[in-house]
Every structure is written in C-alpha cells, then in structure tokens.
Design a protein around this ligand. Structure first.
Ligand code: FPP
Length: 259
C-alpha cells in the first residue's frame, strides 16, 4: 500500500518464536468491585487498589521477559456504570499518569493509550497525548492502556477507515487483506499478544482484543485484580510457557513422525 493511504504491511506482527523474544502480555484486570465488597468498602476503593496492583505489575514485568503489557482500563461498555464510577475511573487514569509519567519515562517505558479518543473529556485526551508524546522515543518496555476501548468498536473503526480510503480513491477494495486491515487497528504498533490473562476467576474475553486474540493463549487466574502483582504475573507466564503454540500447524515433536 502507498504511504499516502497510511495503510502498511504489518504481517510480521503475528507468530514468531516466543521463546526467543520478549512477550506481549495482555490483562483483563477484573475483580476490583468484589475485592472492595469483601472488605465492606465502596467500589471506588477497589479501583484505587487496582491502580496499585497495576503499578506493581508494570514494575515487575520487564524482569519477567515481558516487552509489552496491555491492560484493559476502561471499556466502551463501562460507560453504562453509574456516573460516579465512570468519573472515578477517568480520574484514576489521570492521577496515574500525573503521578507516574516522569518515572515511567525515566525507566524507558513507552506509554500508549489504545481505544476511541472521541467521547473522552478534553482533559483526559490532553493527558493521554502528553503521556504518549513524552514517552514516544522509549524502547525498553511498552505499556498499552486500553481506555474507552472495545474490540468490536476498534474493528468497526478500522473498517470505516479503509472504506474512507477507498472513497478518497487512495485504496481499492482488492487491496484489503489481513495485514492491511490489522494496520488500521489501534493496536497495530505492537505485536499480537502472546497471552491474555483474566483475573478474578471469570472466563470471558469481554470484547478485549478480539482480532488480536486469534492465537493468544488464554490464562484465567483466580485472583482479584487488587491482589495482583509479581507472583501472579510469574504464575501466568509459567502457565503460558507450558503451552504448546501451534498456530494451526502441528506440534514440533510430531513433525518428524508426520512426514
Ligand atoms: C474490573 O473490575 C475493572 C475495571 C472495570 C477497571 C480496571 C481499572 C483499574 C484496575 C484501575 C486502573 C486503571 C487505569 C486506567 C489506571 P470490576 O469493577 O468489574 O470488578 P467486579 O467484577 O468485581 O465488580
């Protein structure tokens, strides 16, 4: 595709030998509400404890072979929560960036926020842009926060972007293939996730990384997000490392006997 369409080939994104490169771990941080309820606390305190768990996890991830960590901070469906809870979650993103941006930048962390910008208040958009701008040249580790993100919305937005390129005469329908489509998703700058973790014992994808999860290993952990940290992350990675990823092929051990 030409540079003018902004559509590029990102086919190198999927697959590869995960044992020889850093991992992309994606986490559905679930269970903040239940954690608070068990303690007789308001849900907001569960979300605040969730931010501390996020800080512990980000801190531990690079030493555990993780190069990209994507977390689900606010979904397109979370707007249906009570206004005060929505406002709490917005405030937490802002407070997290305000308190941690300088340190994240110093430690070589690139921050990216994926999801729809439209619909977010101007101050939230501004802080997102500040975090991305300030850390744009960092390469040690990438933290992607999915915020106002929904897998279906992201796919629909990518489809619309391609249709608009066709309308402008910058692309033809025949140009569309998986790699081109993938380049239009808000996740296109990162490799596909190797493993998607969901905490709290629930076993659902809940509209997270729907395209990107095609070959991800799914790990469900019976720990509420506010209790998460280095040990739980390590357990998730150990479980992932024990899996046999075949990408639709056959196990390496079986190649010799198959032939
Ligand atoms: C799910 O728990 C969690 C969320 C909807 C939000 C996740 C947010 C944080 C961990 C705070 C940090 C976020 C950012 C962006 C800095 P739940 O409320 O659905 O828990 P429940 O299922 O037990 O009710």
């Amino acid at each position: 595709m030409s540079a003018t369409t902004g559509l590029q080939d990102v086919s190198a994104r999927a697959g590869g030998d995960a044992s020889s490169r850093s991992l992309h771990v994606a986490i559905i941080m679930d269970g903040n509400g239940r954690w608070a309820k068990r303690r007789g606390m308001p849900r907001a305190l569960g979300h605040r404890a969730g931010v501390n768990a996020l800080k512990r996890t980000v801190e531990a991830a690079p030493d555990q072979g993780v190069g990209v960590l994507t977390v689900f901070g606010f979904s397109t469906e979370n707007w249906s929560r009570p206004a005060h809870e929505v406002s709490e979650l917005m405030g937490l993103l802002k407070a997290y960036v305000e308190s941690d941006l300088e340190r994240l930048d110093r430690e070589g962390v690139r921050v990216r926020i994926i999801g729809r910008r439209t619909g977010l208040a101007p101050d939230i958009q501004e802080i997102i842009e500040r975090a991305e701008r300030r850390t744009a040249s960092n390469t040690k580790f990438t933290l992607q926060v999915a915020f106002n993100y929904g897998g279906r919305a992201d796919i629909a937005d990518a489809a619309r972007a391609f249709a608009e390129a066709v309308e402008r005469g910058e692309a033809k329908a025949a140009d569309l293939n998986e790699a081109v489509f993938e380049s239009l998703l808000s996740t296109s700058a990162a490799p596909a996730p190797d493993v998607i973790v969901r905490t709290s014992g629930e076993q659902r994808i809940s509209n997270f990384l729907l395209w990107e999860c095609a070959y991800a290993e799914l790990v469900f952990q019976d720990v509420l997000w506010p209790d998460y940290g280095p040990e739980a992350l390590s357990a998730a990675i150990t479980e992932y490392r024990g899996r046999d990823r075949r990408y639709g092929g056959i196990a390496a051990d079986d190649v010799a006997v198959a032939g």
